[in-house]
Design a protein around this ligand. Structure first.
Ligand code: CP3
Length: 348
């Protein structure tokens, strides 16, 4: 049955409309915590799996079947577009994205040519069309935010303190801004093509923005993210903005133009609402590490998160970051059941 947007608690919540239940989905809900994922994924590069629409469709749907979540998120990666234009980036298992030749000078900008989604990532669009044609669930499309993607391209891989990225910001601000601007344009065309092919919401992952002070974020990063949210506004789908360690950046992240702001577990939901303003729409924020505990402790943690939302509309339950590979899927199944059963709007 094709998807009917009117019936979606997830989409209604993204507009702050009251719903019968609080919608739930999990970042990284598809992935190594699921035995059915490990069974179909094989040993090759994740890029090979992403480039196979039948496989990517199946992997996207696995958590929907198992957990009964209220939204699917496309199986792809934030570095898929840069990989597709031949920048030279791979995703190493257990490590993350690794660039063969990190960006060091303005010469490297040539390697960041514009993305043509139909020609460069046709498999992503085919996966989306497969998903929306046959399944009655909203599909979240996504892109990496310019800063977070740039950090991989400049550092060459995951990095604790983002030293090269911050040095480039200060010592070569024009180059840094050009990189972010090109990555913003790639995100815009990618998100636009995802929505054109049927995605019904988009999330921009700025996972590592929290390493920046509000001042640095505002000066060097906000303009590129703002450009994305403005450009995709006319598409008319909800726009979610996510990062971790972003307690001090929440208001700026909302100012970037998102409809929904992700909140990590360090900021209680009621505090996040104070920082974001009275009509805010938020997504979060159970600590994914707590999901490794025994069920009674997890249930208690979920109930505390529910209590912190205090019955406000405009809340999507999620983790504060992605599902850890060692998570027992049975726990997440019970989390979904518990939120659906016990989280209600209009006071606890
Ligand atoms: O279920 C989903 O959320 C959808 C698919 C998705 C993946 N990556 C698949 C994936 C999404 C939305 C992402 C986004 C992503 N990728 C982010 C932003 C979200 C976040 O977690 O902060 C980031 C920073 C990346 C970069 C990346 N890709 C990392 C750090 C890793 C982990 C490396 C590892 O093996 O530990 C990946 C690989 C990756 N992307 C996996 C999955 C399911 C796991 C590995 C695999 O099967 O090979």
């Amino acid at each position: 049955m094709p998807f009917d947007p009117q019936s979606s608690a997830f989409l209604a919540t993204c507009r702050r409309e009251p719903t019968e239940r609080v919608p739930v989905w999990f970042m990284r809900q598809a992935g190594r915590s699921l035995p059915e994922y490990r069974a179909v994924r094989g040993d090759g590069s994740i890029n090979t799996a992403i480039a196979n629409p039948d496989l990517a469709t199946e992997i996207t749907l696995q958590p929907v079947r198992r957990y009964g979540v209220d939204a699917a998120i496309l199986f792809s990666d934030i570095v898929t577009p840069v990989h597709a234009i031949g920048f030279g980036i791979d995703i190493k298992p257990g490590v993350g994205p690794v660039a063969e030749k990190p960006i060091t000078s303005a010469d490297d900008l040539r390697r960041l040519r514009p993305l043509d989604p139909e020609a460069d990532t046709p498999y992503v669009l085919e996966t989306i069309r497969n998903l929306v044609a046959e399944h009655d669930i909203p599909l979240i499309g996504f892109a990496g935010a310019p800063f977070t993607v740039a950090s991989y391209l400049i550092e060459g891989g995951p990095s604790k303190n983002k030293a090269r990225t911050k040095s480039m910001m200060l010592d070569a601000p024009e180059l840094f801004t050009s990189i972010l601007d090109r990555l913003a344009d790639m995100a815009i065309v990618s998100l636009t093509s995802q929505v054109a092919n049927g995605a019904s919401a988009v999330q921009v992952f700025d996972s590592w923005a929290g390493c920046l002070s509000p001042d640095m974020y505002e000066r060097y990063v906000l303009p590129a993210s703002q450009k994305i949210f403005e450009a995709v506004a006319p598409l008319g789908v909800p726009r979610i903005h996510f990062g971790i360690n972003t307690g001090e950046l929440l208001a700026l992240m909302r100012a970037a133009g998102a409809d929904v702001v992700g909140v990590d577990w360090l900021v209680p939901l009621d505090v996040a609402r104070q920082r974001l303003g009275p009509d805010s729409i938020i997504q979060g924020n159970l600590d994914p590490v707590l999901c490794l505990a025994q069920w009674p402790a997890v249930a208690d943690a979920v109930r505390r998160v529910i209590a912190q939302n205090a019955g406000e509309p405009g809340w999507i339950f999620n983790l504060g970051h992605g599902v850890l590979p060692e998570t027992d899927p049975a726990i997440l199944e019970r989390v979904v059941e518990l939120v659906h059963a016990e989280a209600h709007l209009g006071g606890q």
